[in-house]
Design a protein around this ligand. Structure first.
Ligand SMILES: Cc1cc2nc3c(=O)[nH]c(=O)nc-3n(C[C@H](O)[C@H](O)[C@H](O)COP(=O)(O)OP(=O)(O)OC[C@H]3O[C@@H](n4cnc5c(N)ncnc54)[C@H](O)[C@@H]3O)c2cc1C
Length: 386
């Protein structure tokens, strides 16, 4: 659905869509087969993204980004969502939390990340702390003017390519009436820094080639200059800068669902059984009708949430609704598309089974469906004192 887009927004959509069709689709099968992106392909995608002026398009113009609004960035993510995440990773969108860099950090991390010279990864999750991130065990203690970090992070996307990571660790705890709460601080840590190691993580059924890594901190000494934001202010930088990026999951789910839908629609029009295209059977046609209605609804929810951010309106509930609905919609749409393709839907000759596997993670990462429901319910009940 292209409701109400300006000419410039239409241009963004068509530019990114043809980029994905020409530079990403042709390499997807090889990534699936090999479980990784060939370095020369990664470099080519990055170079072409820079040439197009889309690298770090989520950053403001004053630091070298394209200065896109949240709405327009959601359009970009929606189109990128059509392609393999292992490959679109190199259509770089550094974590916008890097905008919290100050002084020398801007030269060392922010600006090189925006120029595509250095890649980042963001590490919060631990083996024992996922949804309940405040229960993290990774800590930094003060020693001789340094911070000494110990602990393990896992499931860290893209860390195999990262030149540095933004890691959240506990730097203290407060005893509150509602129990003990950890104070969290964000640090910037360079690959190769003593005491810091990146190793292979798990093999996921979703998004083959988009790896998740394990990060180990073993008496890793960091200077104050490595603190991103304020000491004990990790949640402030997180809420200030990561809040908006949650829209990405919803936007990508919409884009992927549209690609899946296109396959289903064409198959329904072409596949003949009982002497007619299967789409002419009401049971199949109605399924297509439900699929496109749900995709359009998710699209509208996503763009409306992004627009609220652009208008500086509260958007916590709206983002959670978009992420929840779009990720669950994608699961229903991919499942229906497999059914509509019959046995061929499960064969890896077609990309349907891949879309189905890839869809599964969307209800888990960046906050599970249950956590999104929790955010929505809390937002509704709090004003009533409940
Ligand atoms: C492929 C992949 C890539 C990832 N990339 C990154 C990354 O780059 N950086 C990063 O920091 N993290 C990353 N993550 C981590 C991701 O954000 C977490 O997996 C997610 O937040 C859930 O945490 P968990 O897996 O520990 O599940 P848990 O939190 O242990 O949840 C287990 C189950 O309990 C449910 N549950 C938990 N609490 C509640 C509650 N209060 N109410 C109801 N149900 C609840 C959950 O919904 C879920 O169903 C990635 C994960 C995956 C799978």
């Amino acid at each position: 659905m292209q409701y109400g887009l300006t000419d410039e927004q239409e241009m963004i959509v068509s530019t990114v869509r043809s980029f994905v069709e020409n530079e990403i689709y042709p390499h997807e099968d090889a990534v699936e087969r090999n479980g990784e992106v060939a370095p020369e392909i990664a470099a080519k995608i990055k170079r072409k993204t820079i040439e197009l002026g889309f690298y770090a398009c989520n950053f403001p113009e004053e630091v070298g980004g394209a200065g896109l609004s949240h709405h327009d960035f959601a359009l970009v993510e929606r189109e990128l969502g059509r392609g393999s995440m292992a490959l679109t990773h190199f259509f770089g969108r550094p974590q916008n939390i890097l905008m919290a860099c100050e002084g020398e950090q801007r030269e060392r991390y922010l600006l090189p990340a925006v120029r595509g010279e250095r890649m980042d990864a963001l590490a919060m999750t631990e083996p024992g702390a996922g949804s309940d991130i405040r229960s993290m065990k990774c800590t930094a203690r003060r020693e001789g003017g340094d911070w000494v970090v110990n602990g393990t992070k896992h499931f860290i996307s893209g860390a195999e390519h990262a030149d540095f990571v933004i890691v959240f660790v506990a730097t203290g705890e407060d005893h509150t009436p509602r129990g003990m709460k950890k104070r969290i601080t964000a640090f910037l840590v360079d690959r190769g820094h003593p005491g810091f190691a990146i190793r292979d993580g798990y093999r996921s059924v979703s998004h083959r080639g988009y790896k998740n890594m394990v990060l180990d901190f073993d008496d890793c000494r960091l200077a104050d200059a490595q603190v991103l934001g304020e000491v004990d202010g990790g949640f402030t930088v997180m809420n200030t800068w990561l809040y908006a990026t949650r829209i990405t999951v919803a936007a990508m789910a919409v884009g992927r669902a549209r690609r899946v839908f296109d396959h289903a629609l064409h198959y329904a029009a072409e596949r003949q059984q009982f002497g007619q295209p299967i789409g002419k059977f009401q049971g199949v046609g109605f399924q297509l009708a439900d699929m496109i209605t749900e995709i359009d609804a998710a699209d509208l929810l996503t763009l409306a949430a992004a627009e609220r951010l652009d208008r500086a309106l509260p958007a916590n509930r709206e983002i959670a609704s978009a992420e929840l609905y779009a990720s669950e919609m994608l699961a229903r749409v991919t499942d229906a598309a497999i059914q509509l393709h019959g046995g061929m839907g499960l064969m890896d000759d077609l990309p349907l089974e891949r879309f189905w596997r890839d869809a599964r993670v969307e209800r888990i990462w960046d906050g599970t469906s249950e956590i999104q429901r929790h955010i929505i319910a809390r937002d509704l009940l709090r004003p009533l004192g409940a």
